[in-house]
Ligand binder design. Structure first.
Ligand code: FAD
Length: 337
């Protein structure tokens, strides 16, 4: 394969019901850095039916040099067949050197199919993306062997180099509505032979009230809390802070809290202003999901707990004594205002 004909960075701008997913903007952030480093363009691909110009403009404002728009009635709702065929055709036409997708339910399904059709490799769940000096290959780093090592993977002989990144891992750039950018409409060939699936009805799942990825304060609990009742007290503390409760996998496995609150490698990646970790040891799989938090406070009975290596403030004490005292103190402060 003549890999020199593949240039630029392409971001799959995932949209659902006309709303561009946050991860697409995060990918534009890292995509912009990579494109600048390579001195090549950053292209966003927007696929759907009846797409609004506002979506296109938002992608340009957050860093895309060009938005490739694929508007087709068969792309009205996400279906793997038509979507995979459309994206494969777009990649074939644009020939980007790098393609980035969010590791969402859609991205996780689409990326391997498209990479297989392009006869190239895919690195899933990357936590860092950089360009190698000299070779200009994409260095795709992700946790391996249960998170015990970080593996850096390259795809030197095939193009495009494809990677997925989980939501919350990369940072968005500041939006600039005045940023100029080009728009290209691509005609693609979908003739109805892309798979037998027809969507009969869409039933939306009742969303959780709030997502821990959006919280500015997280009070997280681990196995060290010792029981369900102790864990429940974190709710009250989180409420006093105007935040949410999060958890280690051990606390989820104990059944003290739902899985959608789990932080870490197999949970969510969070970046709150304050992360208060109570009774969490700080295993690498947990750290992977919260180390980018602005300010980390760790409470642990053991002074040698690994979590203290990542904490801005460490408190060596029994969390089950500290939490009720903290609730009382915060209530008193609030009442005195
Ligand atoms: P423990 O490791 O048991 O730590 C409890 C801590 O509480 C200890 O440090 C102890 O000193 C302290 N303690 C005890 N009593 C008190 C007290 N009264 N007050 C204060 N401190 C106290 N884990 C995740 O969290 N998220 C993930 O996404 C995740 N993914 C994984 C993926 C893989 C492939 C694997 C192999 C593991 C994964 N894990 C994940 C599990 C991870 O390795 C740890 O087992 C887990 O994070 C431990 O949870 P913990 O810190 O709550 O419990």
């Amino acid at each position: 394969m003549d890999i020199s004909s593949y240039k630029g960075v392409m971001v799959f701008a995932e949209q659902r019901a006309g709303v561009i997913q946050k991860v697409a903007f995060e990918l534009l952030g890292i995509g912009r850095d990579i494109a600048d480093r390579l001195e090549e363009p950053l292209v966003a691909v927007l696929m759907g039916s009846g797409l609004s110009p506002d979506c296109i403009q938002a992608l340009i404002a957050e860093g895309a040099d060009e938005v490739v728009v694929v508007d087709h009635p068969r792309l009205d709702l996400y279906r793997t067949g038509p979507c995979a065929q459309a994206l494969t055709q777009v990649i074939g036409a644009v020939k980007p050197g790098i393609v980035l997708l969010g590791a969402t339910a859609i991205g996780r399904e689409l990326a391997p199919i498209v990479s297989a059709r392009m006869r190239t490799g895919l690195t899933a769940d990357c936590t860092s993306l950089e360009i190698e000096d000299g070779s200009r290959n994409l260095l795709m780093t992700r946790p391996a062997f249960g998170g015990n090592i970080m593996a850096t993977i390259i795809c030197p002989e095939h193009r495009p180099q494809m990677a997925t990144v989980r939501p919350g891992v990369m940072r968005r750039k500041v939006s600039d509505p005045a940023r100029p950018g080009a728009v290209r409409t691509l005609e693609i060939d979908l003739d109805g032979s892309e798979g037998p699936v027809e969507v009969l009805e869409v039933v939306s799942e009742k969303a959780a009230l709030k997502n821990i990825e959006d919280a500015t304060v997280l009070v997280a609990g681990g196995r060290g809390l010792g029981g369900f009742e102790n864990f429940r007290r974190l709710e009250e503390l989180a409420e006093t802070f105007g935040g949410m409760v999060a958890a280690s996998r051990a606390a989820v496995d104990e059944g003290w809290v739902a899985q959608d609150r789990q932080v870490g490698q197999t949970g969510k990646t969070v970046r709150p202003d304050l992360y208060l970790a109570c009774g969490i040891s700080g295993m690498i799989q947990h750290i992977a999901g919260m180390e980018e938090s602005e300010f980390i406070v760790a409470v642990n009975t053991r002074a040698d707990a690994p979590i203290f290596e990542y904490a801005d403030l460490g408190i060596v004490t029994d969390a089950n004594r500290l939490v009720p005292a903290l609730i009382e103190e915060l209530k008193a402060v609030k009442a005195s205002r």
